[in-house]
Ligand binder design. Structure first.
Ligand SMILES: C[S@@+](CC[C@H](N)C(=O)[O-])C[C@H]1O[C@@H](n2cnc3c(N)ncnc32)[C@H](O)[C@@H]1O
Length: 219
């Protein structure tokens, strides 16, 4: 994938290998996350018929909950094994393999909503910042993040330790710090469990960020 710097390329490749190997676990993860996403989207009651770009879509659990509510979803992920399952599970959405760090070619404001479900905690601070910069730039209206809001029980901490080193710092920092300076304003918080939440950010007019280069095409 041209345009990715070496560190981001290595991080994306590591995530690809890890999540492809972890694909069988998604049979369990889906049962845990899909009901959360459905409940949270019900509470948020977003306007109908949004175009949505779902970053780190995995096997499409959030994409499915969004598509069920009539939104037009494009899911992107680096792990092709997960994407194949997503395509089987959610025929109403479209999916393509793409590294988050390679989103430069997606035009500013080309989707109403950009979402990321349990993706950010696993990224390095640099890639997380880049991902959020792209999300703020690509979203015409809002960015919706689901992720950990506090340290979870031991089994969550164990799984996240196996994923990589970034979870402890992510859960300790307020989500507002992660989006500071990106032109996003927190509009709603939806508590999901004592340890996780959904955050809906409205994009302000000056939301286009220098953290990500503008592009022209839609994936
Ligand atoms: C914990 S899973 C969550 C999957 C999905 N959002 C869900 O809620 O089930 C994190 C996802 O982020 C993806 N991911 C991690 N790093 C990525 C990167 N650099 N580019 C694209 N996807 C990435 C992984 O492949 C994985 O599918």
């Amino acid at each position: 994938m041209p345009g990715l710097d070496a560190a981001a390329r290595r991080e994306g490749e590591r995530a690809r290998r890890l999540f492809n190997r972890a694909a069988p676990l998604f049979l369990v993860i889906e049962r845990w996350l899909e009901p959360q996403y459905r409940t949270a989207l019900g509470a948020l009651d977003l306007p109908a018929g949004l175009s949505v770009l779902d970053l780190g879509t995995g096997t499409g659990s959030l994409a499915r909950a969004l598509a069920e509510r009539g939104h037009a979803v494009t899911g992107v992920d680096v792990a092709e094994r997960l994407l194949r399952r997503a395509a089987r599970r959610v025929p109403a959405a479209s999916f393509r393999r793409m590294d988050i760090a390679g989103l430069d070619g997606v035009a500013d404001g080309s989707f109403d909503l950009v979402t990321a479900g349990y993706v950010l905690h696993g990224l390095s601070p640099a890639l997380r910042r880049l991902a959020l910069g792209h999300a703020a730039r690509i979203a015409a209206r809002a960015v919706l993040i689901f992720d950990y809001a506090a340290p979870g029980p031991w089994y969550v901490r164990l799984v996240e330790h196996l994923e990589g080193p970034h979870y402890p710092d992510f859960v300790r920092a307020p989500i507002a710090d992660a989006v500071a300076g990106l032109g996003l304003t927190l509009a709603r918080t939806v508590p999901i469990s004592p340890a996780s939440a959904g955050w809906l950010f409205a994009r302000t007019a000056a939301g286009v960020t220098s953290a990500a280069r503008p592009g022209r095409t839609r994936p």
